[in-house]
Design a protein around this ligand. Structure first.
Ligand code: FE
Ligand code: FE
Ligand code: ZN
Length: 197
């Protein structure tokens, strides 16, 4: 009996992310619309534009491979979007809702960061340089989006959502993030392991 190949796994996972991005194109406008902070709304709208471009670049990858992009639904992203929707359905105060929207959006970003990290490594293993570069580019965009959301949350939204009582905890953590770390540690907010140099 013939077994499924590594190529098959690669293409299936690629199709999973194609589906994930398509779902994000529909979900991000809902999150942006519900956002109260103009900064948060514009960050989500910007990532929507980036996400639309990601769909186009993945189309390019499938074209290059001579394969169809369809045939898989990403259940992981569907679940994350469903959880996000259940936050939107609640009757939270403006600031609390914004904190919830960031939480929902970051879960999606981390799913993507994990997935593209894997896919980029797969492309490297296959020796597919062009596809690897596209996946690397998308991975960096997802990390950027995640970082932007962390900055917005730390700068204001989480403090206001908590009733305006600031403490030094967030400041401490931010300082820690700026400091160079030993290369075996993971960076908070970054879903991928650090590569030692
Ligand atoms: Fe994306
Ligand atoms: Fe998935
Ligand atoms: Zn994303």
């Amino acid at each position: 009996m013939q077994t499924d190949t590594f190529e098959k796994l690669f293409v299936e996972e690629l199709r999973d992310m194609y589906s994930a991005e398509k779902q994000q194109v529909k979900a991000l406008p809902k999150l942006a619309k519900a956002a109260n902070s103009p900064e948060l709304r514009s960050a989500l709208q910007k990532h929507l534009d980036v996400t639309k471009e990601q769909v186009e670049r993945l189309d390019e990858v499938f074209n290059d491979l001579g394969l169809s992009s369809s045939g898989k639904t990403c259940k992981g992203m569907a679940g994350i979007i469903e959880e996000g929707q259940s936050i939107l359905d609640k009757d939270y105060d403006e600031e609390v809702m914004d904190a919830g929207i960031i939480a929902a959006a970051q879960k999606a970003e981390h799913y993507e960061i994990a997935s593209y990290g894997t896919l980029r490594a797969f492309a490297e293993t296959r020796g597919d340089r062009k596809v690897g570069e596209i996946l690397d580019e998308i991975l960096r965009e997802e990390k950027d989006a995640d970082l932007t959301l962390t900055r917005i949350a730390r700068a204001s939204i989480n403090t206001r959502a908590d009733g305006g009582i600031g403490d030094t905890f967030a400041d401490d953590e931010e300082d820690e993030e700026e400091r160079p770390r030993p290369n075996t540690r993971h960076r908070p907010g970054d879903g991928s392991p650090r590569v030692s140099r």
